[in-house]
Design a binder for this molecule. Structure first.
Ligand SMILES: [Cu+2]
Length: 261
């Protein structure tokens, strides 16, 4: 009896915590943020309803078949019909939600980038982010792993024999202009990290040996934290940087200041 009541109480507290939104996302600052939030809400409502029904049912069965004098347990093989029913229902729900979220996914990952897209390379490493801009020539220079040398100030292994590498800018923080499409090229030097900015509603693993493109358009000026969202080693908690969303003029100014160092 106590167990059944505990299950119900835990269910109610959980629902209150989610419905009351006491710990929620910060306000979205990207073009795809609103549609992603909507998708999140639909998923939360659907899975929330399933959760509530399942927990209430669990409590009910614990309560209904609690120990009583003179009653013995009997062994059941279960019900094939019920199993088929909830497996089919789960499959249908799962595919319906995938299809609903498909458009956001296509926008972020698959659709061809617009011509004026700003490309920025992000190289994760234990325990820092290296942000690389192609510089005035608009071309990323070659990199070679054997040239990587943190102590000499070449954390991404720029090959300076390549003329396109000479003006590349590698900095510890990121800035982007507001309302301009940006394409990140996510890389990792060592282990799997995850590039995550809550306000942009972005989270994408960076994987050694892969260059993963990720697109967004920032729609609100401000300073946002770039966190590593994948436990990547002892210093994981301090693997963070910042993203400044600036006006066009401030962005141009920022680029200029950075390249003067
Ligand atoms: Cu990391």
């Amino acid at each position: 009896m106590l167990l059944a009541i505990s299950i119900w109480i835990i269910t109610i507290i959980t629902v209150i915590l989610f419905a009351g939104r006491y710990w929620w996302f910060p306000e979205s600052a990207s073009a795809h943020g609103a549609i992603l939030d909507e998708q999140f809400e639909i998923t939360l409502i659907v899975t929330g309803l399933v959760f509530i029904l399942a927990q209430l049912g669990l409590g009910y069965f614990v309560f209904r078949y609690r120990e009583r004098p003179g009653r013995t347990a009997y062994y059941s093989h279960g019900s094939n019909k019920a199993e088929v029913a909830w497996t089919v229902a789960t499959t249908v729900l799962f595919f319906a939600m995938v299809l609903l979220g498909y458009q956001v996914w296509v926008d972020l990952y698959i659709q061809e980038a617009p011509e004026d897209v700003i490309q920025i390379e992000v190289m994760g490493q234990q325990f820092a982010w290296n942000i690389r801009y192609p510089g005035p020539d608009g071309q990323f220079g070659n990199t070679r792993p054997e040239l990587i040398n943190d102590a000499a100030g070449n954390p991404v292994g720029l090959d300076f024999e390549d003329p396109a590498a000479k003006d590349d800018l590698v900095v510890p923080t990121m800035a982007v202009p507001i309302n301009r499409p940006v394409e990140l090229l996510l890389r990792s030097k060592d282990v799997t990290h995850s590039f995550s900015v809550r306000e942009l509603r972005l989270k994408q693993d960076t994987i050694p040996g892969m260059i993963i493109p990720l697109r967004f358009t920032a729609t609100r000026m401000g300073k946002y934290e770039i966190a590593c969202a994948e436990l990547c080693g002892l210093g994981h908690h301090r693997m963070r940087s910042f993203l400044d969303v600036l006006s066009d003029e401030d962005y141009a100014q920022w680029l200029k200041e950075q390249s003067e160092f």
